[in-house]
Design a protein around this ligand. Structure first.
Ligand code: GS8
Length: 216
């Protein structure tokens, strides 16, 4: 069985897949892509979006981080499913994961790519989204209750970017969402998470490099 992951180290989408593979104990070959000069393999495996992450399983490409995570959960069933087994809880987790993808990425990007009022608007959108997620977490250890799962995995990948958002936007996430940080630290206690997430310093270096490259 051959598993290859086409990825970029600082990508929150890639991190989700790395966490899922680690949770399931799947051995795989990691290949770092350069998005300024995509490999022929990436173009061949994801001709539609040309984006990472792509999981190649026995030659078959699977694209889109959430599709990949759900695929991993189905193929490597094991005894700890990532998606809740109850259909309603599964629907609920999927709703919030979709919310993360619709709101958090663009708002977060706005924090480091925009200035002035636009940056303030992005910050507000980012914080508002995190607050809603914090509400969904409530007083539970993890989003689905006592076990780490799909929604935890989809959101924790953003944790590597928190320092960068805070530095670029001059604000404190903890101040606005005090319950989210203990949750993130709890997730980081899992080896699958701590070894899969990008080093926040490397994320910040990446952002500085991008700002320079695009004159932001
Ligand atoms: C997003 C992947 C993505 O944006 C997913 O996998 O969940 N919905 C997709 N990948 C980025 C790198 S991370 O910001 C990417 O590959 N970008 C290349 C490009 O946009 O040209």
């Amino acid at each position: 069985m051959e598993v290859i992951l086409l990825d970029v180290y600082v990508s929150m989408f890639g991190m989700r897949v790395r966490v899922a593979l680690a949770e399931k104990g799947v051995q795989y070959e990691y290949r770092e892509e350069n998005l300024a000069d995509r490999s022929p393999l990436l173009l061949q495996m994801n001709p539609i979006y040309k984006k990472i992450p792509v999981l190649i399983h026995n030659g078959n490409p699977v694209c889109e981080s959430l599709v990949i995570v759900q695929y991993i959960d189905e193929v490597w069933k094991g005894d700890s499913p990532l998606l809740p087994s109850d259909p309603y809880q599964r629907a609920r987790a999927r709703f919030w994961v979709d919310f993360i993808d619709k709101k958090l990425f663009d708002a977060g990007r706005g924090i480091w790519t925009r200035k002035g009022q636009e940056q303030e608007a992005a910050k507000k959108e980012f914080i508002d989204a995190l607050k809603l997620l914090e509400g969904e977490l409530g007083d539970k250890p993890y989003f689905s209750g006592d076990t780490f799962g799909f929604l935890d995995l989809a959101l924790i990948s953003y944790y590597s970017w928190f320092d960068t958002y805070e530095t670029c936007g001059s604000f404190s996430i903890e101040e606005h969402c005090p319950k989210l940080l203990p949750w993130a630290k709890r997730c980081m206690e899992r080896e699958s998470v701590s070894k899969s997430l990008a080093d926040p310093k490397k994320v910040y270096e990446f952002v500085l490099m991008m700002k320079k490259k695009y004159g932001i």
